[in-house]
Design a protein. Structure first.
Length: 265
């Protein structure tokens, strides 16, 4: 892969004091976190803690009441979702959201729309349109090969096993050539074998492609094994942060979330 070079340790994505309220309910209460370039950062907490709301804020699908978002040091509070894709940020969703009656290849290609250029040029086959389409196709094939999806490129996505559909969603997110990837419960609903495969793929995406990752996940074994650093939130607010070992032993985290899971590897 020849994605943009990464400089581990430098700030990639950051939010400060994000507050989101829905009527009288506060979903995010002055939340802050930082995703350094080239790292896998975990975001964990009980159901309803505000994790997905924060994801929606960071990808600009959700407005916020106060606070700031920074991408590579630049404030992006007023950016829209399509701006985020062009900047290099992509995401998956908690629930699979694929085109079930389309092939794997076509689903992956939808993630590469930002590489296609002006839709008007593509519609009328203007100079450069075919070249950009070929680049998008090559990208899709490259990602499919990395995620072991080549044998299923012509399969209808809706007929694939659940774990394969999760891979297709990951492939679609990677097709836009992101430099940072937000994964919302990537192994939710997967069996042990599918979870192990997806865990390895997430690690490969980060280590081999240099893509920074912000990961929301309830599978603590996966979180503790792949994350470099973890933020824990509860009732919409920051509760704790630290390395996996520090978080695992934090009494506040154990009481609020991990419970008997603190001994997980």
């Amino acid at each position: 892969m020849t994605d943009a070079a990464q400089s581990p340790g430098s700030e990639h994505l950051r939010c400060e004091n994000i507050r989101v309220s829905f009527g009288g309910v506060v979903a995010c209460d002055n939340l802050s976190l930082t995703v350094p370039r080239g790292k896998i950062i975990g975001l964990i907490g009980p159901n309803g803690a505000g994790k997905t709301t924060l994801f929606n804020v960071l990808t600009r699908f959700q407005e916020f009441d106060s606070g700031h978002i920074y991408y590579e040091g630049r404030q992006i509070d007023n950016s829209r979702p399509h701006h985020m894709v062009h900047m290099g940020l992509s995401r998956t969703f908690q629930n699979i959201n694929l085109f079930g009656n389309q092939t794997t290849m076509k689903n992956i290609m939808t993630g590469a729309h930002n590489l296609m250029g002006d839709p008007f040029s593509a519609m009328f086959w203007l100079p450069g349109a075919r070249k950009r389409e070929k680049e998008a196709e090559d990208r899709a094939l490259e990602i499919a090969d990395m995620l072991h999806l080549v044998p299923e490129l012509e399969s209808i996505v809706g007929t694939l096993p659940y774990g394969y559909q999760k891979r297709v969603e990951l492939a679609r997110a990677l097709a836009s050539k992101p430099s940072i990837l937000l994964l919302d419960e990537p192994v939710a609903g997967c069996n042990d074998e599918e979870t192990a495969e997806l865990k390895d793929l997430v690690f490969k995406v980060n280590r081999q492609m240099g893509v920074s990752v912000l990961l929301v996940e309830h599978d603590m074994s996966m979180v503790m094994q792949v994350c470099d650093y973890i933020y824990v939130i509860n009732f919409g607010a920051n509760l704790a942060e630290g390395t996996p070992e520090e978080v695992r032993k934090n009494p506040d985290v154990i009481a609020a979330y991990l419970g008997d899971e603190e001994d997980q590897a």
